[in-house]
Design a protein around this ligand. Sequence first.
Ligand SMILES: [Zn+2]
Length: 348
Amino acid sequence: MRAVTVTPGVRDSLRLVPDHPEPPTDEGAILVEALAVGICGTDHEIVAGEYGEAPPGTPDLVLGHEALGRVLEDPTGTLQKGDLVAGIVRHPDPVPCPNCAVGEWDMCRNGQYTEHGIKALPGFARDRWRVQPKFAIGLDPVLAPVGMLLEPASVVAKAWDHIERIGGRAEWQPQTVLVTGAGPIGLLAALLAAQRGLSVHVLDLATSGPKPELVAALGATYHSVPVGQLDFDPDVVVECTGAPSVVFDAMCKAGPAGIVCLTGVSSGGRTIDFDAGALNRELVLENNVVFGSVNANRRHWDLAAEALARADQDWLKSLITRRVPVEAYAEAYAAGPEDIKVVLDFQL
Ligand SMILES: [Zn+2]
């Protein structure tokens, strides 16, 4: 069967292996036929040789962590043949740490977790894969064209879950949300905000392309000015750029009792001048919280599956700006200027 692989740490080692071995049964009882995988910045970093780790004893890593497949067989009866399924990306560490021990692998404390297509577990960019029932998420059949968005949606569902848990520290009636960055994570964060009935603002540099229209279609307001020029103080900020100056401005912009959730990963090494005293003063005197959020546990995957199923399916489809057949895999992993989500399609 076909599989898209890299040799981690080796730049441009991306290739399509035509005769990759079938998934071993110890990977899981549920056998799945791949429909598609989504591609994100983490894949680009792995392809560039900057990130990624092969499974023990092998030089190569099968890519793909944003999975969508169809069940071929499930002898456990958890799912039925033909069901849509996604595989949870992260597996708990073997120690396990206190969080992994209770299924909160998204909060792993020792860093010894593994991740499909990223860290020591083969990914989903292969014709067939297997998954254990506890890591399999069944999807509503309506999500067949867009189900590979479940992984980024799970990241956003976790961010919102934690925002709401933090908000619950005191009486909290949020009204206004600012999302910085209108990539897939930002747009899905805006979708979940709109589903909560909040007044949603999305800020991005782009003034053309599909982003302004996608934001408007959510009933949200699009801004392409610096954060400091916005004329409102949001109750919640979901920061999705990782750009140092935007991160800093977002932390300062939140209103009283505001919550700032950082989801973007900065590359580091880029420094900006900022007034740490002024930021401290702002956070203390307004009871603000700034926190980071990454990954998702099974509860968040389930929440994400519900959120996607009740979203406008045409809107979700329009997040996918390119669908590339597996045979043209190199095109799929080359970022284009107008891309939002690029999908590697196993059925084209
Ligand atoms: Zn752990």
